[in-house]
Unconditional design. Structure first.
Length: 296
């Protein structure tokens, strides 16, 4: 039978991306972690890690075992929390994972309200770019995950977790203030095909979404500036360097930005924002989920 402690170490190393990082988090020495993983590899009968100068990656066998390791770790932590609840002990920490723009718009008010009601519970926020984070929820390293899906992108396997749609958020087209195309009554991607666009690098969700919209419209768009940070995108558009699609929630925090906000008649993208947690959440997780689910 595989050792649960060694499986937990595998999950820690996978989440940290390196043996040294996992060792630091667990207050172990890197050599101690390596020895336990070597024993696990002998128990399994196959290599679990590819070691490289920047850290480690999992072999196919390691990837398969990680899913089970995260579930086992999550069940052990669930057992511990059940006992604490029976002893009327409030959890010491609540951890939320979120992507950047949700961290600016959805999360702060909910965290502030929660802290006022539960001052003894330490709050922790992790910045996670989707689709990362599902495994951390399985292993109970995360209590709640806020994640998204852009148009055309597949939804990751929920891995036995509870996933609910928080909201659908539309994207708006933004142009520099005074841009000639901003005065056109009916804007289309075809009319904007000659413009410089600002989006993420190839493979980043907002770039994949833009390319899908362009394909549907039968045009080729030129991405002149690459960034996944919507605050940087706003600044570049303000400076007159290009145009972009940005989530509506980001515009709500843009203040008096020098931009024009429009919609493209042939492209109205929206992304879905989801909340993910364990299927047996504790009362504090349920409470935080309810706060995050309230209309903004």
């Amino acid at each position: 039978m595989l050792d649960a402690h060694r499986l937990a170490l595998l999950a820690e190393v996978a989440h940290a991306g390196s043996i040294a990082g996992a060792a630091q988090r667990l207050s172990f020495t890197p050599s101690a972690v390596s020895q336990q993983l070597a024993k696990l590899e002998r128990d399994v009968g196959a290599p679990l890690l590819h070691r490289n100068p920047r850290g480690v990656t999992l072999t196919p066998v390691g990837e398969a075992l990680l899913t089970h390791a995260e579930t086992i770790v999550g069940e052990l932590r669930t057992a511990e929390r059940t006992v604490r609840a029976l002893l009327d002990e409030e959890p010491a920490q609540l951890t939320v994972g979120t992507f950047a723009s949700a961290g600016m718009t959805l999360v702060p008010a909910a965290l502030a309200e929660f802290r006022r009601d539960h001052p003894a519970v330490a709050l922790r926020l992790l910045d996670l770019e989707p689709p990362d984070g599902y495994g951390l929820v399985s292993s109970r390293d995360l209590d709640l995950l806020i994640t998204h899906r852009y148009p055309g992108a597949p939804l990751p396997d929920p891995r036995g977790l509870d996933r609910s749609l928080l909201r659908s958020e539309r994207f708006r087209l933004i142009l520099p203030e005074g841009h000639a195309k901003a005065r056109v009554r009916r804007l289309t991607l075809r009319a904007l095909a000659g413009e410089d666009w600002i989006s993420g690098s190839p493979g980043v969700p907002n770039r994949a979404c833009l390319e899908q919209l362009a394909d549907a419209a039968g045009v080729r768009l030129r991405v002149a500036y690459e960034t996944r940070d919507y605050q940087v995108i706003l600044a570049l558009v303000e400076a007159g360097l290009g145009i972009a699609f940005v989530p509506e929630s980001v515009l709500g925090r843009a203040g008096r930005a020098r931009i024009e906000v429009r919609d493209a008649a042939d492209a109205r993208p929206a992304r879905e924002i989801f909340l993910v947690h364990h299927r047996r959440p504790g009362p504090l997780v349920t409470e935080m989920a309810a706060r995050l689910s309230r209309p903004q």
